[in-house]
Design a binder for this molecule. Structure first.
Ligand SMILES: [Zn+2]
Ligand SMILES: [Zn+2]
Length: 359
C-alpha cells in the first residue's frame, strides 16, 4: 500500500497535459473506452485516468477499485480485486486446506520422519491488526506464526496462524515454514540447543523444497534472497543437495552442535535468543525488480519499476534489500520494458506485473 501511495504521488507531480489522442484501450475498472489521455497499463489491462486516482486499491496487485465493485476485503480493510480473488486466501477454511495439503506434500517429499507425533494442529487466519496488537516493532511484517505448548508429560499442542489475504502459492510456502517449526518444536531434544538462524533456515529449506516440487522457481529465488536467515539458507540448500533432507532432519534429532553448517562456512552473525515460537518475516525493501505497469500519456510512455517512473533511455537508482542498482530503461514496449543494469551483461525484460531477481 505504501509503495502504491508513492506511485500515485509520483504521478500527481509528473502530470503533464498532452494532445488528446484516442487509443483502442478500454478501462477494465469502469469499462469506459476507447481511452485517451493518461492511461495506466496494469497487469490485468488498461485503467483510465479517473480510475487510476481512486482511493482504494487491491492490496495484491494495486488495481484501483470503485465503491460499487464490491471487492473482497480482509477484516482489517485490505481490498482484493476480482482478478486476484480466485487465488487469494480469505477464509479460515481455505487456509486450513492450504495447510493440510502442504503438510501432506512435505510428508510425501521427506518421508514419515517429518510427520508429527501429535498430529492435531489448530490453524487460524489473522489480519494485519493482529500483528500490530502484538506490539512488535516489525508488527506489520508477519506472514505466519507457530507455537507449540509442551505439557509436563511431553504432550504437544500445536498452533499456527497465517496472515489473511495472501496468494495461495505464497501462503503454502509460509505453511511449510510454520509446519517445520512445529516438527522441530516437537522432535528436537532439549539438550540439543540449535542456533536460531539454523532453525529458521531449516524451515525455509522446507518451504524451498515444497516450491521446487510445485515448480515455482521465482518463489524459490525469493527464499534464497531473503536475508532473514543471514545467508544460512543458501548453505543449507547446498548441504541438502549433497546429503538429502534426511541428513538435515536427522541432525535436528540426533545432532549435538548448535549449528548445522561448519563454523568456517557460517557467517559471524549475532546469535538470536532461541524461542519455541517463530515468525516468518518478509524483508522491508523489495528483493527484486518489478514492473508495476506502464503509464501512457499521448506519445509519452513511462514504465513504473519498483514504484519509480522511467521514460525510455532514463537511468535511475533503485534500492533493493541488499544493494542499490543503477537501472537504465532501454525500451518500453506494449506490455513490457527492457532494462539495462549496471554491471550486468544481459538485458532484463519485464512484463507488466512480473518480478525478476537480478543475479
Ligand atoms: Zn475507468
Ligand atoms: Zn489485484
Amino acid at each position: 500500500m505504501r509503495r502504491l501511495a508513492l506511485i500515485l504521488l509520483l504521478f500527481a507531480s509528473a502530470m503533464v497535459s498532452s494532445a488528446v489522442e484516442t487509443t483502442n484501450y478500454t478501462c477494465i475498472v469502469c469499462g469506459k473506452g476507447p481511452l485517451h489521455g493518461r492511461i495506466w497499463l496494469s497487469k490485468w489491462g488498461a485503467v483510465c485516468g479517473d480510475c487510476y486516482r481512486l482511493e482504494n486499491h487491491c492490496s495484491l496487485c494495486g488495481l484501483p477499485m470503485r465503491d460499487g465493485d464490491n471487492p473482497a476485503k480482509t477484516g482489517d480493510g485490505r481490498f482484493i480485486c476480482k482478478f486476484d480473488r480466485p487465488n487469494a486466501v480469505l477464509d479460515v477454511g481455505e487456509a486450513r486446506e492450504v495447510f493440510t495439503s502442504t503438510r501432506r506434500d512435505l510428508v510425501e517429499l521427506f518421508g514419515r520422519g517429518i510427520a508429527l507425533n501429535f498430529p492435531d494442529v489448530t490453524v487460524n487466519l489473522f489480519d494485519v491488526d493482529y500483528w500490530s496488537e502484538k506490539g512488535r516493532e516489525d508488527g506489520l511484517h508477519k506472514f505466519g506464526f507457530s507455537y507449540t505448548r509442551k505439557s509436563r508429560k511431553g504432550n504437544c499442542t500445536h498452533e499456527v496462524v497465517l496472515l489473511s489475504g495472501r496468494l495461495r502459492a505464497e501462503l503454502a510456502a509460509t505453511a511449510a515454514h510454520e509446519y517445520t517449526h512445529l516438527w522441530i518444536n516437537e522432535i528436537h531434544p532439549t539438550e540439543h540447543a540449535i542456533d536460531g538462524d539454523t532453525i529458521e533456515a531449516i524451515c525455509e529449506l522446507s518451504a524451498y523444497k515444497l516450491l521446487e516440487s510445485r515448480s515455482q522457481p521465482e518463489q524459490q529465488q525469493k527464499i534464497l534472497n531473503n536475508p532473514y536467515t543471514h545467508g544460512e539458507i543458501k548453505e543449507l540448500v547446498a548441504l541438502e543437495k549433497e546429503n538429502g533432507m534426511g541428513y538435515i532432519l536427522n541432525w535436528v534429532k540426533n545432532g549435538s552442535t548448535t549449528r548445522l553448517v561448519s563454523a568456517a562456512a557460517a557467517r559471524l552473525a549475532p546469535v538470536k535468543p532461541r524461542t519455541i515460537a517463530s515468525t516468518n518475516i518478509p524483508p522491508p525493501l523489495p528483493e527484486a525488480l518489478k514492473l508495476g505497469g506502464l503509464l501512457l500519456d499521448g506519445q509519452s510512455r513511462h514504465a513504473i519499476i519498483n514504484g519509480m517512473s522511467f521514460a525510455a533511455g532514463e537511468t535511475k537508482s533503485i534500492s533493493l534489500l541488499d544493494r542499490v542498482l543503477s537501472v537504465r530503461c532501454r525500451e518500453i514496449h506494449r506490455n513490457e520494458a527492457v532494462l539495462e543494469i549496471d554491471g550486468l551483461l544481459n538485458f532484463i525484460t519485464l512484463k507488466i506485473g512480473e518480478e525478476k531477481f537480478v543475479p
